[in-house]
Design a protein around this ligand. Structure first.
Ligand SMILES: NC(=O)c1ccc[n+]([C@@H]2O[C@H](COP(=O)([O-])OP(=O)(O)OC[C@H]3O[C@@H](n4cnc5c(N)ncnc54)[C@H](OP(=O)(O)O)[C@@H]3O)[C@@H](O)[C@H]2O)c1
Length: 323
């Protein structure tokens, strides 16, 4: 039985904890919140026996093996490094940090402490994405050569998402999903062109073409307007489209394998979502920690660092079109 401590009592903790408590080999023993009221309320809601506003107190507990960090992005690296130094394994919400340098700090601390660390990139563990990745790697599309993915809605993008002091950035909050998808199939780009819209010093909308010689990904993200919420991977023999919302998808259409499939009726891959969708990632983390691994092979430290480097490069390379 793996014993979890929850750090942060916001929206995502509310969604993840029910999936966590549904696992047969996980239990939540403690929660940290910024205010006593919220920490107590959260603990009562999920039957968690201990709540605190002191991070040190939570990290000192012997009945906590692993912590889930679900606070604003700017705080992730510091909390993760502190938790690792206290001997805890860590699962850290995306983005792992607000720079590749800070991400490296977290993963170095994990190696030094001999503890597991992973960015909570739940999309990688979604059974739909697992099947799509496996089949593309098995040659379903021939060589994959391009990716198109976007994630934009004009709502739910205020608060911590767009507050600079909290590491707010729509690229790091939403654009991370298109960028991660491109990395799965094409790797780390060799060049890129990006542009974005900034409000009060925070990027609120952006798009990029990231390139790998003649292969490429066209990616877009926004907190101020709608952008198609699907993603497509194209290759020599056809393409796959992951239906909206692609990062949490349950259905994909495969236009490959035959003329009928390409121009007529595509094959449909379907994996209905279980619970809130975090179960597969949580089960994989539980399994990896149980085996004594310091990382999960589906979202390694190197994968996460490469993605963070791309996010850094996109953000620093963004031109700002005149409005
Ligand atoms: N995987 C996913 O599907 C998914 C979805 C959404 C978000 N996320 C990620 O999860 C993280 C949290 O997002 P959220 O939507 O849950 O945010 P949220 O609802 O704003 O909750 C954030 C939590 O962190 C606390 N907090 C705020 N400022 C803090 C500070 N300076 N230091 C320490 N704690 C602080 C908040 O406390 P108060 O309640 O006192 O303000 C709250 O408990 C983000 O990294 C986000 O990118 C992931």
């Amino acid at each position: 039985m793996l014993r979890w401590g929850i750090i942060g009592t916001g929206d995502i903790s509310e969604k993840l904890v029910p999936d966590l408590t549904a696992l047969p080999d996980a239990t939540v023993t403690a929660v940290w919140g910024r205010s006593t009221d919220r920490a107590d309320h959260f603990a009562r809601g999920y039957g968690i026996p201990f709540s605190t506003v002191s991070l040190d107190e939570l990290l000192a507990r012997v009945d906590v093996d692993v912590v889930y960090i679900a606070t604003p992005a700017q705080t992730h690296a510091e909390i993760a490094v502190t938790a690792l130094a206290a001997g805890k394994h860590v699962l850290i919400e995306k983005p792992i940090a607000t720079s590749a340098q800070d991400a490296e700090r977290v993963y170095s601390a994990a190696r030094a402490a001999g503890r597991f660390a992973m960015e909570a990139m739940w999309m990688r563990f979604n059974p739909l994405h697992v099947e799509v990745i496996d089949r593309v790697r098995d040659g379903l599309l021939g060589e994959a050569h391009s990716v198109r993915a976007s994630f934009g809605t004009p709502f739910q993008a205020r608060g911590r998402v767009l507050t600079p002091a909290q590491g707010g950035s729509i690229l790091r909050d939403r654009g991370i999903y298109p960028v991660t998808l491109a990395h799965w199939f094409l790797g780390e780009p060799t060049s890129l062109a990006a542009s974005g819209v900034f409000e009060d010093g925070t990027d609120v909308d952006g798009h990029a073409t990231i390139e790998y010689g003649s292969d490429f990904a066209q990616l877009a993200w926004s907190g101020i307007r709608f952008l198609d919420l699907s993603a497509t991977i194209s290759g020599e023999r056809g393409w796959i489209t992951i239906a909206p919302m692609f990062w949490a998808g349950s259905r994909a259409r495969v236009h490959a394998g035959s003329v009928e499939r390409i121009f007529g009726t595509p094959e449909v891959i379907e994996h209905p979502r279980q619970g809130n969708g975090y179960g597969p990632m949580l089960a994989a983390v539980t399994d990896a920690i149980g085996r004594g691994s310091l990382e999960h092979h589906w979202h390694t430290h190197a994968d996460s660092l490469a993605i963070t480097r791309t996010l850094d490069a996109v953000l620093s390379g963004m031109s700002r079109p005149a409005t």
